[in-house]
Write a protein that binds this ligand. Structure first.
Ligand code: HEM
Length: 418
């Protein structure tokens, strides 16, 4: 792991990712020729993080409540789909702004494209080079899924571009969304289609990963409802202390952070991560020979369950990491966004997930809102089993949770500080 993680030339993340996505047939090779989306995420989106929390809270809670009808009786909720709708809407508000970010027809098409492209990438990768264009035509829905989304975003890019050309620096109140960030950072000769594709790629990296992660936390806490009250107490007390949702308040919610990291440890979106492809034949320092073209992964799923690294590794122990942070010198370690060699939920090294800071804030706000407004549990005491595809791990979308309103939810600080 140590030898591979930052050896960008000898072990290429881009070659692996490009091939895994079958980028030329699903998205566009332009993603890897001009990877300016990395700056978009780590600079522009991160700059927005300090101010984005109220916006995220508004959108995500509105989306959640519009998609559920929960009263005082236990009600089955299709948690995966509700999470998908809430996350796709919130993410899209940040990426494409309003009104498009709230348009359900656009959201459905954008999610459909991400789903199709993800599955198609695997299928196309498995067939010989000569068949790839034909196979991709079929598995990519003959271009229809793409066209539908381009028809929605293309005109916005065009209009913005024209306004930028017209007003130049005199346009001082430009929207602060991903459409604008793309227009600012894309090479000047980028086509509108390629810029639209960047939005679809951002959706692909952000929406399903976040949806799966929050669904898994809900399943973990639904199978262990006894942990909901301590989390509620922490959230209420921190919000009272800080007088509302600030970045510092979120940082102070250590149990919430720990619970999400623990869920990611056991039920993270990938069981093999830090993927790389060897660009030359080489030997590692222990003598392992890796021929050119070999794919290399770190088996994060196995590592996260290692008895050497974790006490009772198969047990969901939500406050495992907050206890670790109580040790002197460890206060700032073991956070959800910390990447280290024992915890690979967001990858490792140069290509660790740049979107994790945004995702962590977004998901914490959503989880805090749910925990303070509702109680939830699995219908039986068993936690539903995960499904696996290649290196991905996902919750069974057919397994619903039971929800009911909390009696005193209207007094919750979560609602007072909205
Ligand atoms: C909880 C949600 C998320 C999880 C679990 C997650 C997980 C990951 C992992 C494991 C990788 C590394 C892949 C590997 O090394 O094998 C990765 C990379 C990446 N993620 Fe995330 N991610 C999440 C959210 C996001 C969001 C919200 C964005 C965008 C706003 C994003 C953008 C990216 C990008 C662009 C890469 C590739 C980085 C590169 O090319 O160097 N992710 N993510």
């Amino acid at each position: 792991m140590k030898e591979i993680k930052n050896a960008t030339e000898a072990f290429s993340f881009n070659d692996a990712f490009r091939e895994r996505l079958s980028a030329r047939h699903t998205f566009s090779d332009d993603l890897f020729v001009h990877p300016y989306h990395l700056d978009i995420i780590s600079k522009r989106l991160s700059q927005k993080l300090t101010t984005v929390i109220p916006e995220v809270l508004d959108e995500i809670t509105m989306a959640f409540e519009e998609n559920v009808d929960i009263g005082s009786d236990w009600t089955p909720i299709d948690n995966f789909n509700v999470m998908l709708k809430s996350i796709s809407r919130t993410t899209s508000k940040i990426f494409v702004g309003l009104p498009l970010g709230r348009n359900q027809d656009y959201l459905d098409k954008a999610v459909a494209f991400a789903t199709i492209a993800s599955k198609a990438g695997h299928t196309i990768d498995m067939v010989p080079e000569i068949l790839k264009p034909i196979v991709s035509w079929f598995v990519m829905d003959k271009g229809a899924a793409l066209k539908k989304v381009l028809d929605d975003i293309g005109p916005i890019f065009l209009k913005r571009k024209q306004k930028m050309e017209e007003l130049g620096d005199r346009w001082t109140d430009r929207p602060n969304d991903a459409i604008q960030w793309i227009l600012d950072l894309a090479p000047p000769d980028s086509s509108i289609d390629n810029m639209c594709m960047r939005i679809l790629f951002l959706n692909f990296t952000a929406i399903h990963t976040s949806t799966i992660s929050i669904t898994q936390v809900l399943l973990d806490l639904g199978a262990h409802p006894e942990f909901q009250e301590p989390l509620r107490e922490e959230i209420e007390s921190v919000l009272r202390e800080f007088g509302g949702w600030t970045k510092q308040a979120l940082t102070k919610m250590k149990k919430l952070d720990s619970c999400m990291r623990e869920s990611q440890r056991l039920n993270g979106v990938v069981i093999g991560t830090a993927m790389r492809k060897a660009t030359v034949s080489q030997s590692l320092s222990d003598g392992t020979f890796i021929p050119k073209g070999t794919w290399v992964f770190v088996p994060s799923g196995a590592l996260h369950r290692s008895e050497i690294l974790y006490e009772n590794p198969l047990e969901f122990d939500p406050f495992r990491y907050s206890r670790m942070r109580e040790q002197p010198g460890h206060e700032a370690k073991h956070q959800l966004v910390s990447v280290d060699e024992n915890n690979l939920g967001f990858g490792l090294g140069n290509h660790a997930c740049p979107g994790r800071f945004f995702a962590a804030n977004e998901l914490k706000v959503l989880l805090a809102f749910i925990i303070c407004n509702y109680e939830f549990k699995t219908p039986t005491s068993d936690r539903p089993k995960n499904g696996f595809y290649a290196t991905s791990c996902f919750p069974d979308p057919s397994k619903h949770l039971l929800f009911r309103e909390r009696v005193d939810r209207e007094h919750s600080s979560v609602n007072r500080f909205k």
